[in-house]
Design a protein around this ligand. Structure first.
Ligand code: MEV
Length: 380
């Protein structure tokens, strides 16, 4: 798959459970090294499931590709020339696009953006909208851009420099929403309605403060990236799109919104670009990714994107519920103790006992884990 390989590097492959999305049940394949993510996601999905699960959807899988056009004497004239050839340009792209057109995809539209007075002068940026069907589509759109460049240069009289997709794939959004009844959120210390209020308070901080929004969105991407990675997709592309979208109004903000209805129940919604596919890319070569796609069994790339949005919403809920109630560390401690026990050289069958001793002693430290392991070895 890549160059200069010296071996393989494996990560845990897990399944998040309890997901019900648009009245269909899913097992969510997740590949991630971070403890608690899968458990938190499954727990959240269980609560949403009580009210019927998530509603989710996504746009047609339309990617955006950019051609940077320079050395133009008259931007207005070049714009006019390109737009007057719009239909021919789209037809030429589709004639060279191969099987993707037979499957219902291909060039959809062409837009022009103008940048004046930059450090290197004026330029036009041509945006090609290209439906990539069930593929993430990076190769398809980059080939289309490179193929059409000579015609664009001829029509506009300009010189093309960059020709590459944009990861701010805001024509390819996915969104999900769901509701949790307040009474489900009751804790030892607080009634459900108070927990709902605390969750909304936490969510509002992420709306107004980029320092919090970065962490809040990181939690969302814990879930989405893990699923995107499991299914052999490019998680850096999805990350880049998510964070650029979170800044679309000039200030970086939360990708989710949380509010309550008149009965005090909690509602959440997420929306973000989700450029991911179920054919091509790593899914072609990687058996783990193929297995993940089979387990998830999405019928289209759009369905995969919708499911990923629901996973992001679930993950975000789990994080802010924990933060607004017990704090995040309580749940993490057992997993952390497990890791320390393993790092201290404990045999797999001894791990639960060692973890319990560390928790009972209130000492989740590597030195203590080593001490217990040594003690056990001497005792056996
Ligand atoms: C940790 O990986 C993710 C969280 O920090 C997310 C959040 O703060 O919302 C718990």
């Amino acid at each position: 798959m890549i160059e200069n390989v010296i071996g393989r590097y494996s990560l845990p492959f897990a399944l998040a459970t309890n997901f019900r999305i648009n009245e269909r049940d899913y097992l969510i394949p997740m590949v991630i090294e971070e403890p608690s993510v899968v458990a938190a996601c499954s727990y959240a999905a269980k609560l949403f499931r009580k009210t019927g699960g998530f509603s989710a959807s996504s746009d047609e899988p339309v990617m955006i590709g950019q051609i940077q056009l320079l050395d133009l004497r008259d931007l207005a004239k070049a714009t006019e020339a390109i737009l007057s050839h719009r239909a021919d340009i789209l037809a030429e792209i589709n004639a060279g696009a191969g099987s993707i057109v037979e499957r219902g995809g291909g060039a959809r539209d062409l837009k022009i953006r103008k940048f004046e007075g930059s450090r290197i002068g004026n330029m036009l940026v041509i945006h090609l909208h290209f439906d990539t069907r069930d593929a993430m589509g990076a190769n398809a759109i980059n080939s289309a851009l490179e193929g059409i460049t000579p015609s664009i240069e001829r029509i506009s009289g300009g010189r093309a420099n960059l020709r590459i997709l944009s990861n701010l794939s805001d024509r390819r959004l996915a969104w999900a929403s769901g509701m949790i009844e307040a009474e489900t959120l009751v804790t030892e210390g607080a009634p459900g309605v108070k927990v709902v209020d605390a969750i909304i308070e936490a969510a509002v901080l992420a709306e107004i403060d980029p320092y919090r929004a970065a962490t809040h969105n990181k939690g969302i991407m814990n879930g989405i990236d893990a699923m995107i990675m499991a299914t052999g997709n490019d998680w850096r592309a999805v990350e880049a799109g998510a964070h650029a979208y979170a800044s679309r109004d000039g200030q970086y903000t939360s990708l989710t919104r949380w509010w309550k209805d008149e009965d005090g129940n909690l509602h959440g919604r997420i929306e973000l670009p989700l450029a991911a596919g179920i054919v091509g890319g790593a899914t072609r070569a990687h058996r783990g990714a193929q297995a993940a796609v089979r387990i998830l069994s999405p019928r289209s790339a759009r369905e995969l994107a919708s499911v990923a949005a629901a996973v992001g919403l679930a993950q975000n809920f789990a994080a802010i519920r924990a933060l607004a109630t017990d704090g995040i560390q309580r749940g993490h401690m057992r997993m952390h103790a497990r890791q320390l026990a393993l790092a201290a050289g404990a045999a797999a069958e001894d791990v639960p006992g060692i973890v319990q001793r560390m928790i009972d002693a209130g000492s989740i430290r590597l030195a203590y884990a080593k001490e217990i392991v040594k003690e056990r070895k001497q005792g056996s």
